[in-house]
Design a protein around this ligand. Structure first.
Ligand SMILES: Nc1ncnc2c1ncn2[C@@H]1O[C@H](COP(=O)(O)OP(=O)(O)O)[C@@H](O)[C@H]1O
Ligand SMILES: [Mg+2]
Length: 231
């Protein structure tokens, strides 16, 4: 088995009697760009959490190459009531960077998410979409091998969404990073992924190249889910 990939084996997550995730086998190849799509409650966040290590599966194993640095953006990320600049600076304070390199990283990360004009604003002064951009800037300020993003643009308008998606694509190119992004929007999967994993009631019902899944889904539930997007 290649060390340069992520593996899930026989992973089950249970809350009481309820099985909310059941994944017999899943491999995520290095530098792949995976979108996890599916309706509310399908288990997208749960899958991301077992990959991030913030949730232990009830059964089974999750292995991420040990040398990989992992950036995780939870579905409801937290912004401190400090300046926008400081919120991002915190993410790199332990990275052993020189003062100037650290400043450059923070400023660049805020620039690429379109938050340069708001570096002095405080956490509580931000809209939901702005707060989300700040938390993405935190991720972009670091050099990760694996990005786990849970509905990263859910509070953003379409312009903000496209700005951060473009920044994300450049980041992935630059660091050859692997992406796993949860989204309930097939249009986002179309723009930023090359593979799709469709979850339904905790199970992978279909996976494959993004174009194939979006244009020609085989599974009936996936056809139904995507039919609303086509409207
Ligand atoms: N802490 C919890 N306790 C009980 N049930 C939970 C908990 N977290 C998630 N669930 C359940 O697990 C299922 C999957 O949730 P989630 O992974 O958040 O779905 P998604 O992100 O696709 O909307 C849902 O039915 C949800 O209610
Ligand atoms: Mg979720």
């Amino acid at each position: 088995m290649s060390m340069q990939s992520v593996h899930i084996n026989n992973a089950v997550v249970r809350y009481g009697e309820d099985v909310v995730l059941d994944i017999p086998e899943l491999t995520l190849e290095a530098a792949g760009q995976y979108a996890v799509i599916g309706p509310n409650g399908a288990g997208k966040t749960t899958l991301l959490r077992i990959l991030a290590g913030t949730l232990e599966p009830s059964e089974g194993t999750v292995s991420v190459p040990q040398a990989w640095s992992v950036g995780y953006l939870p579905q409801h990320p937290f912004v401190f009531n400090l300046s926008v600049y400081r919120n991002v600076d915190m993410a790199v304070q332990d990275a052993g960077l020189s003062h100037s390199e650290r400043e450059k990283r923070v400023n660049e990360a805020l620039e690429i998410v379109g938050m340069s004009d708001l570096i002095s604003a405080r956490g509580t002064e931000l809209s939901g979409g702005q707060a989300q951009r700040v938390t993405l800037a935190r991720v972009f300020a670091q050099h990760h091998n694996l990005l786990l993003l849970d509905e990263p643009t859910s509070a953003m308008d379409i312009k903000g969404t496209i700005i951060v998606e473009d920044a994300l694509k450049r980041y992935l190119d630059q660091y050859q990073a692997t992406l796993v992004v949860c989204t309930h929007a097939p249009s986002q999967a179309q723009r930023i992924s090359n593979k799709i994993i469709v979850l339904e009631e905790g199970r992978i019902v279909e996976q494959g190249p993004t174009v194939d899944i979006l244009q020609n889904p085989q599974n009936e539930m996936v056809q139904e889910f995507l039919s609303y997007w086509r409207l």
